[in-house]
Design a protein around this ligand. Structure first.
Ligand code: SAM
Length: 490
């Protein structure tokens, strides 16, 4: 049997390198990334990249390097390599709705006398999460902001992610749930530069200066060496706990709870709650999500804890499966001829080694690591094998957009719509793209389609491929984008 060269090399190398098990234990002990316990190939791949860069031949030599003087610089490089920094602005819309409607207004009211807010985004990656919080606090405090002392601290293990966070310049991928008006309000366009071949979006200084970043390993919370002061009003630690062992998770959550003010709030990733947390924290159900508060905070009568219907992306970042197409209102489909599905022999699909979900996971990992060009090339290489998969065509479009390849983006988004007319996010992104290139009539039609489809769904429905965006929020964004094009009132 012929095994693809790349695959066989990977598996064999992890298995035969005698120094691998000890190095793996070391890496897991230092980072807490129990996630790699059963992922030797993946970990080995990442180690191998660093070994190549350092010019060492095997794991034993690499471990000696880490233990020597060079370890000071090499550990952060390795940590950056093995962490997965998936993040984007206003990730998981229900939690941000809860922050905007309940948590922050309540905190602002409670702190009105002392006019001080302390917020911590633990495991903040490249900063989209603490910056989203800064935008919210800025909006909510309005003209009163200068009278308040607001601390928003972002911490992460990855020094590379923090360096990007401090720059506060993002590609469209990190802004993918924002509409044109939000992008213009919170960011300014920046020129082309390496890594951002079609320019980026720099967060406006008013929000940027509200956030401070520090390197911190969450394991220090449980080994006693943490130097973070307590007294936080709000802590977010989302999509980080998934890396750790169950024991570490409970100890970290307990330690985070101990760093909250008595009236404080803790938000964790919406796939991460665990009944054991209620030993130290009380869960509070909010629409579509659950938050935690110190056990003795008086809260309104207990509500049943309702877990959200769909999980957020977890390390492997598989997008939720497409929901059944809604009973669609008559659609005004785009005028341009729809592309024919890419022809390919039917048998090839059966032979293909990756499921669409696996391929999507691989693509998202690359894109989230800032390697959108590689992700797009990878997807483009493979797309023939997945020509009937509308989410993959959609992501092909998003990646092409990120790279400024507008024609390819349009083709891919129309391809996704050809396969699934009820694909709200594809109508929406197509509308934004067409508006950007000045094709107002077609843009208005695509946005109208998105609006009508979204309005036809229960408002709280989380849209497939919408990264947590609800039908109501998408409808609002589509309405605003339409108003920008047509001059109609939003
Ligand atoms: C998937 S990102 C989540 C980013 C953000 N919280 C969000 O939900 O959008 C996970 C982040 O956790 C960080 N991380 C992983 N292990 C960590 C540790 N031991 N201490 C601190 N941060 C860690 C990673 O570097 C990565 O940036």
């Amino acid at each position: 049997m012929t095994v693809p060269v790349e695959r066989s090399r990977r598996v064999v190398s992890a298995t035969v390198d005698p120094g691998f098990p000890a190095l793996k234990d070391r890496v897991i002990a230092r980072t807490g990334h129990n996630y790699y316990e059963d992922k030797d190939d993946l970990l080995y791949d990442r180690l191998r990249k660093r070994m190549r860069t350092c010019g060492v031949a095997d794991c034993a030599a690499y471990q000696s390097l880490l233990d020597g003087a060079a370890g000071r610089e090499e550990w952060p490089a390795l940590e950056a390599e093995i962490t997965i920094g998936e993040t984007f602005f206003f990730r998981y819309a229900e939690q941000f709705a809860a922050l905007r409607r309940t948590i922050l207004p309540e905190l602002i009211e409670a702190r009105r006398e002392i006019r001080r807010l302390r917020i911590w985004s633990a495991g903040c990656s490249t900063g989209a999460e603490p910056y989203s919080l800064a935008i919210l606090v800025h909006d909510l405090l309005g003209d009163a902001l200068p009278d308040w002392s607001v601390t928003i601290l972002g911490t992460d293990l990855s020094a590379a992610a923090l360096a990007t966070a401090r720059e506060a310049e993002f590609g469209p991928w990190a802004l993918r749930t924002l509409d044109t008006e939000e992008r213009a309000r919170w960011f300014r366009r920046t020129p082309v530069r390496p890594g951002l071949p079609h320019g980026g979006y720099a967060l406006r200084p008013a929000f940027r200066r509200m956030v401070r970043f520090e390197r911190q390993n969450l394991l220090t919370l449980i080994d006693g060496s943490d130097r973070t002061q307590g007294g936080f009003d709000l802590i977010l630690c989302r999509n980080v706990l998934i890396y750790f062992s169950a024991d570490h998770v409970t100890r970290i959550v307990r330690a985070l709870g101990e760093r909250l003010n008595p009236q404080g709030w803790l938000l964790i990733g919406h796939a991460e709650p665990n009944p054991t947390f209620s030993q130290w924290l009380q869960p509070v159900a909010l629409p579509g999500t659950v938050a935690y508060r110190p056990i003795d905070t008086p809260v309104p009568p207990p509500l049943p804890v309702v877990m959200p219907a769909l999980p957020d992306v977890v390390p492997i970042l598989v997008a939720p499966p497409p929901a059944p197409a809604p009973a669609a209102p008559a659609l005004d489909l785009p005028e341009l001829p729809l592309p024919a599905p890419i022809p390919r022999p039917a048998a090839a699909a059966i032979e293909h080694p990756l499921s669409p979900g696996d391929l999507l996971a691989e693509i998202r990992v690359l894109a989230d690591a800032g390697e959108t060009a590689r992700a797009w090339r990878r997807l483009h290489e493979e797309i023939d094998g997945y020509a009937t998969d509308s989410p993959l065509r959609y992501y092909e479009g998003l990646l092409a957009l990120d790279l400024g390849r507008e024609r390819e983006a349009e083709r891919a988004l129309r391809g996704a719509l050809f396969l699934d007319r009820g694909f709200v996010m594809a109508h929406f992104q197509l509308g934004l793209l067409l508006a950007r290139v000045g094709r107002r009539g077609e843009a208005a039609r695509a946005l109208d389609n998105a609006l009508r489809l979204a309005q036809g769904l229960p408002p709280e429905t989380i849209l497939p491929e919408g990264d947590g965006v609800s039908a109501a929020r998408l409808a609002e964004s589509a309405r605003r984008a339409l108003a920008g094009i047509t001059g109609r009132n939003a």
